[in-house]
Design a protein around this ligand. Structure first.
Ligand SMILES: Nc1nc2c(ncn2[C@@H]2O[C@H](COP(=O)(O)OP(=O)(O)O)[C@@H](O)[C@H]2O)c(=O)[nH]1
Ligand SMILES: [Mg+2]
Length: 347
């Protein structure tokens, strides 16, 4: 995941320390028998050049290695925008990107002053001016450095979800069997990932198909398990970012009372998911048929029929039924997309 390898961003004070120590530790080009004044001029010239080059490289390294927003997958772009504000991010990087030009200008002025200096004092004065102006420059970008440090911290915590894999998102009220389903259909133990604006961790399972094809199944506790109308706007947006990811949404319903949620409340959530993710196909999966009565299953079927056409019945604790259902979804939703992309050459 691109967000794991992010540049280290020093604080303002750190950067000042780095610059000053670089300056001090730069030594004269070669031992010489030059008289003191000429020697000093050579030394200071070198220090100014080296320090400027070092600082420019350091700043460039940060600017070049921070994520390029335009290249991000819309899923990550949405989340990043909510977390750090993309306009502000662009602005901060833009300001940093300008630094090398400013440093070059200071370097040029200083080298000129050193060249025309007629005494040691004048050289020392030029050095002081150089250090002073560079520090001013760093002070000036202090807010951007602080902001970018914070941004890096947040980026590192973005969920490690591969946005380019075909993704099935599992929704439904708590205790309806989402985690059980993801476990049952995953080839390996689902991975745990943080998701911004929720205290719960999401679980990411992978279904290995023929060849190298992998389908990702995401369980979203804290996100798609409660009404979007009860969320604040930022949480809502964070949930909606999932629409860039989901190729299919499986909406799980527990027709028994075991989950603790009445059918009516589950249907209310379904309605909101349908309203908010209108462009993503939504399939209802009635779970726990091993303990549900026929009447409970029929009542659930009847209630969801207003919102979706496709309904499956499974028991997530019976791996066979969960797998059959998921392979049916893969065959009918994912494989056609896969073939379309193969044909169009986008994959
Ligand atoms: N009998 C039965 N219990 C199930 C089934 N699916 C899940 N459960 C149980 O329901 C409870 C909640 O399941 P879980 O997967 O944690 O639900 P989640 O909160 O939606 O992730 C657990 O005790 C599961 O063992 C099922 O198909 N049949
Ligand atoms: Mg769960």
């Amino acid at each position: 995941m691109a967000f794991r390898l992010l540049p280290y961003i020093p604080s303002k004070d750190e950067l000042i320390r780095i610059v000053v120590s670089k300056y001090k530790s730069t030594e004269a080009p070669a031992p010489s028998i030059d008289p003191g004044f000429i020697k000093l001029r050579r030394l200071e010239t070198r220090r100014v050049r080296e320090t400027s080059r070092y600082l420019i490289e350091l700043v460039r390294d940060i600017v070049m290695n921070m994520p390029f927003v335009d290249k991000l997958h819309p899923f990550y772009r949405d989340l990043l925008d909510l977390l750090i504000g993309i306009d502000r991010y662009r602005h901060a990087l833009g300001k940093l990107a300008h630094l090398p030009t400013a440093i070059r200008a200071i370097e040029k002025d200083t080298l000129f002053l050193i060249r025309i200096a007629g005494s040691r004092e004048e050289i020392i004065k030029a050095r002081r001016m150089y250090i002073g102006r560079v520090i001013d420059l760093i002070e000036d970008i202090a807010p951007e450095l602080d902001y970018l440090r914070e941004a890096v911290k947040k980026m590192k915590r973005l969920p490690a979800i591969s946005p380019d894999l075909y993704t099935i998102v599992v929704a439904g009220m708590p205790n309806v069997g989402k985690s059980s389903l993801v476990r049952a259909v995953s080839s390996a133990k689902p991975e745990i990932a943080e998701y911004p604006f929720t205290t719960k961790e999401i679980h990411v399972g992978h279904i290995r198909l023929y060849g190298d094809a992998v389908v990702q199944v995401i369980d979203t506790p804290g996100l798609l398990d409660r009404p979007l109308s009860e969320m604040n706007e930022i949480e809502r947006q964070a949930v909606l970012a999932l629409r860039h990811l989901a190729k299919v949404i499986l909406f799980l319903i527990d027709p028994t009372m075991h989950s603790g949620y009445e059918l009516e409340r589950q249907i209310k959530l379904l309605e909101e998911v349908v309203q908010n993710f209108g462009n993503v196909p939504i399939v209802v999966v009635i779970n726990k048929v091993d303990i549900a009565s026929r009447e409970e299953v029929e009542a659930a079927r009847e209630a969801v029929s207003r919102y979706v056409r496709e309904v499956h019945e499974i028991s997530a604790i019976d791996e066979g039924s969960a797998r059959r259902m998921i392979m049916d979804i893969v065959d009918r939703y994912i494989v056609p997309m896969f073939i379309r992309e193969l044909r169009s050459g986008s994959r």
